[in-house]
Structure formats: structure tokens, C-alpha cells
Design a protein around this ligand. Structure first.
Ligand code: ZN
Ligand code: ZN
Length: 348
């Protein structure tokens, strides 16, 4: 585990274990000046967490532990350790295109201003126009080869806040194999999710914390710091599932792509409602943005949640290019109690 490694800003870098392990400094999100975002949800509309949603192949363990919620109240939580590899897929990637003639099939995605783009060779070749800045040149003009951080050293050097000059103008990707010796596994991460959600008095900021965990075992990360990434003339390429690898969180998502991808995999509900794919850290389920007919709910609150008779209160994900899943936390999140040290499994 590279402890001096400065990740927190690039690649969103939220440690999957944020709040666990270093148990003293669990943060309570200050929402006191969040104007009048009060949440009005009936008790009947709060549904217990159902761990059977999780794909068994994605799990290392689930147990019930004591925990402390963000309102400082004691509660019980599921402590869920996932293997960090999408259990509904056999492989991840591709990420960066290798040459400027590469098509969408051989490359991943990048997002900007809410839009998810195919990161084709052509897209790479035209970054100077796209960002209206002639300093962009992510490829060799003679060979057409794209500059890719294709070693562990280079990917880690490019995943810092102050990217060394030599890695400016690189398409950044890290190989999950650097961090996992086992096929079909990534970096193990442990999440604490209240067994029964507790509605907050007012919505809580996500504030760089984990948003949640998908039922396939992949982290839903906070927003990627796109401005930091772009300011170093780098592209932190995603695969078609809006996921990529960093050395701390391993493979993680910055969006849900139920458009030209089906990831994380969903099944629409029998009434045509969107499909569930994750638990947010507050214990409410996150469903796909759109229903089976392709429509988005019109009554979502600022956290992108609403209530219906079948599912109670739940969220709907933002669009695949929006660098977000939900807008805020409607429920309290959890941290481990001090006497309940968590197993960090660094770099497994
Ligand atoms: Zn990231
Ligand atoms: Zn809904």
C-alpha cells in the first residue's frame, strides 16, 4: 500500500474505506446552512436493506456490526466486503485508444459537461479543438500512437494532483492486475451501510465520500475531479461502463451506463420501473435513470430520490455522462464504532 501516494483528488480517489479504519476522524457532514432542503419521508416508505440484491460472486463477506451514524446515533450496519470486480462481466476496459485511428469498439469513454463521449482515436486527435486549447497533443504526430500510461510507474505518476510535466498529454489508465493477483477480483473494499436507513433532517452532501456500492461489487465513487485531470492535459479514460482503475479504490464507477452499455447490469421491475443496481451509503437503493419506456421520473428531489408504493423511497441515477449518481444523501451514513476495527485488506 503506497501510503504517501497522493490520490485523493485525482480519479476521485475516495478510499473505499473512508470512515473506517481511521475511526477517530469520521466526519459528520455539516449541512446546517443547507437552506430549506428538509426531507419529508414517512416511516412506512423507509425499506430495510436487503443484502440478497448483491451478486454472491461479488462478495467476500457480509456481517451485521455496531456502527455510528452521521447524526452520532448508534445503530447497526451491514459490513459488506466486496471483491471490487464487476461480477456481471468477464473483463473491464478497454480504456484509452492505442492509435488515433482506433474506433469506439477499441476504446472507452470520456465525459464532459454531462455528455458521455466515445473516446475514439479521432476524439483524442481533436482534443485541442474540443477544449479550444492548442496545448493538447496526446499522440505522436508521426506514428499516430496515443501516449498511454501503460506501466504501473507511469499510471501512478499520472494519478497525482500535480502530475509531473513528463506525463502531461497522456491518456491515463492503470491495469487492475497491478493490484490484484486473482482473476476476476479487484481491490477488496469494505462498506458500512445502515441496516435500516435513517432519514436525515436535511439532505447531506456527498462531499468526496463514496456514493455507494453496486450489487456487482464495484465502488460508486464521488465525482471525478475533471478540472484537475484536464488541467494536466490528461484524460483519465473510462471504459464503456464509466469505470476505471486507480491504485487505491481499484476499479470504480463514475456513472451508470444503461444507454449503449448495460452496466451495472439491471433488470427492469415487473411494472416497468427502472432496475436496481446499487445501494447508496445511506441504505437506499439506486435504480437506473430511465424506466423501461425510456422515461425519467419527473418528481425527483434534489438527491434524485422519490417514493412510490412498491419500492418506498429510492434514488434514480443521473445520466451516464453527468459525473454523478445521486445529488446528495437523504439518509444518514455510517462509520465504524471505535471498538470494531475493520479489516482494511490493503491492496489485495
Ligand atoms: Zn475515478
Ligand atoms: Zn422510482
Amino acid at each position: 500500500m503506497k501510503t504517501e501516494y497522493i490520490i485523493p483528488l485525482l480519479f476521485s480517489g475516495t478510499l473505499a474505506l473512508a470512515g473506517c479504519g481511521s475511526s477517530d476522524d469520521s466526519e459528520v457532514v455539516d449541512t446546517t446552512d443547507d437552506s430549506d432542503s428538509s426531507v419529508d419521508i414517512e416511516d412506512d416508505d423507509v425499506v430495510d436493506v436487503d443484502t440478497s440484491y448483491f451478486d454472491l460472486a461479488s462478495l467476500d463477506s457480509i456481517e451485521v456490526v455496531e456502527c455510528t451514524l452521521s447524526n452520532n446515533e448508534s445503530s447497526t450496519c451491514y459490513q459488506i466486503t466486496v471483491k471490487g470486480f464487476p461480477a456481471d462481466r468477464s473483463e473491464i476496459g478497454p480504456f484509452c485508444p492505442e492509435v488515433i485511428t482506433a474506433t469506439a469498439e477499441d476504446a472507452g469513454k470520456w465525459f464532459d459537461d454531462g455528455v458521455l463521449y466515445d473516446l475514439t482515436g479521432e476524439f483524442i486527435a481533436n482534443l485541442d479543438e474540443f477544449y479550444n486549447d492548442n496545448n493538447w497533443l496526446l499522440y505522436d504526430e508521426e506514428s499516430g500512437e496515443v501516449n498511454i500510461t501503460d506501466t504501473q510507474t507511469s499510471c501512478e505518476a499520472a494519478a497525482v494532483v500535480d502530475v509531473a510535466e513528463e506525463y502531461h498529454n497522456y491518456c491515463v489508465q492503470c491495469d487492475l492486475d497491478y493490484y490484484s493477483d486473482v482473476e476476476g477480483e479487484g481491490i477488496y473494499s469494505t462498506y458500512l451501510i445502515p441496516t435500516t436507513p435513517v432519514v436525515r433532517d436535511s439532505a447531506g452532501d456527498i462531499d468526496g465520500e463514496n456514493v455507494g456500492v453496486a450489487f456487482n461489487g464495484v465502488n460508486l465513487a464521488a465525482a471525478a475531479p475533471a478540472e484537475v485531470i484536464l488541467s494536466a492535459y490528461t484524460i483519465a479514460a473510462f471504459d464503456d461502463c464509466v469505470g476505471h482503475v486507480n491504485p487505491v479504490a481499484g476499479y470504480h464507477y463514475h456513472g451508470a451506463n444503461h444507454g449503449d452499455g448495460d452496466c451495472p447490469a439491471i433488470a427492469f421491475e415487473s411494472d416497468g420501473h427502472g432496475g436496481a443496481f446499487a445501494y447508496a451509503m445511506d441504505g437506499f437503493v439506486i435504480y437506473s435513470m430511465l424506466d423501461e419506456e425510456g422515461n425519467e421520473a419527473t418528481d425527483l428531489d434534489e438527491c434524485r430520490g422519490h417514493t412510490d408504493d412498491v419500492r418506498g423511497y429510492h434514488y434514480h441515477s443521473a445520466g451516464p455522462g453527468e459525473n454523478a449518481f445521486i445529488g446528495c444523501f437523504t439518509g444518514e451514513t455510517a462509520s465504524a464504532d471505535d471498538d470494531n476495527e475493520m479489516d482494511e485488506r490493503p491492496g489485495r
